[in-house]
Design a protein around this ligand. Structure first.
Ligand SMILES: Nc1c(NC[C@H](O)[C@H](O)[C@H](O)CO)[nH]c(=O)[nH]c1=O
Ligand SMILES: CC(=O)[C@@H](O)COP(=O)(O)O
Length: 161
């Protein structure tokens, strides 16, 4: 199902585990920061809404989405229950978009395989700025909200497994 048929901010609150005792790391790319700040706000507000204490949310910034890989690897070492990687990659004139998107998705996948702390892929990969706006608090909701819910669910799965 494409995002246009599923609002990223819609979910059944009754199905979300209590996140009161969890600790989260959020690594935010500074590239396209008007978008990544909207994603961060969505994630941050959602974590607080589900009982996470403000002091249990660690935020680090990195220059671009490619640096999310290293930033999230170091965040995994901070005794957190899950990490959220936030980025916005928007197609430019060259193939650089393809290389960045592939590297980041593979790198974050590797972190989930190699370490025992889940890393949530909250990286928008859009053809246009409007698509990014639509998915960071616009008509299709906020992927940051979706990512925070995924982080709570995966932290709960990790605790119970
Ligand atoms: N074009 C975008 C980038 N490019 C920068 C890379 O992510 C990286 O920081 C640089 O190549 C140095 O290693 N990053 C984004 O997050 N979004 C873009 O649209
Ligand atoms: C995703 C990118 O790195 C891209 O936005 C950079 O733009 P360009 O391909 O025009 O150099």
């Amino acid at each position: 199902m494409a995002t246009e048929n599923k609002n990223l901010s819609h979910y059944d609150k009754a199905t979300i585990p209590n996140a009161k005792n969890f600790r989260f790391g959020i690594v935010v790319s500074e590239w396209n920061d008007t978008i990544t700040e909207r994603l961060f706000q969505g994630a941050h507000e959602t974590l607080l809404e589900h009982g996470v204490d403000q002091k249990n949310i660690i935020r680090w910034n990195v220059p671009g989405s490619f640096e999310l890989i290293y930033g999230c690897k170091k965040m995994q070492e901070q005794s957190v229950d899950a990490v959220v990687a936030i980025g916005s990659v928007i197609q430019g004139e060259t193939k650089h978009f393809d290389f960045v998107c592939e590297a980041v998705s593979q790198g974050i996948k590797d972190l989930n395989v190699l370490q025992d702390t889940p890393v949530i892929f909250c990286v928008l990969t859009d053809d246009t700025s409007q698509q990014a706006i639509d998915r960071s608090g616009g008509k299709h909701g906020n992927k940051g909200t979706e990512a925070a819910i995924a982080a709570i669910k995966m932290a709960s799965l990790r605790k119970d497994s």
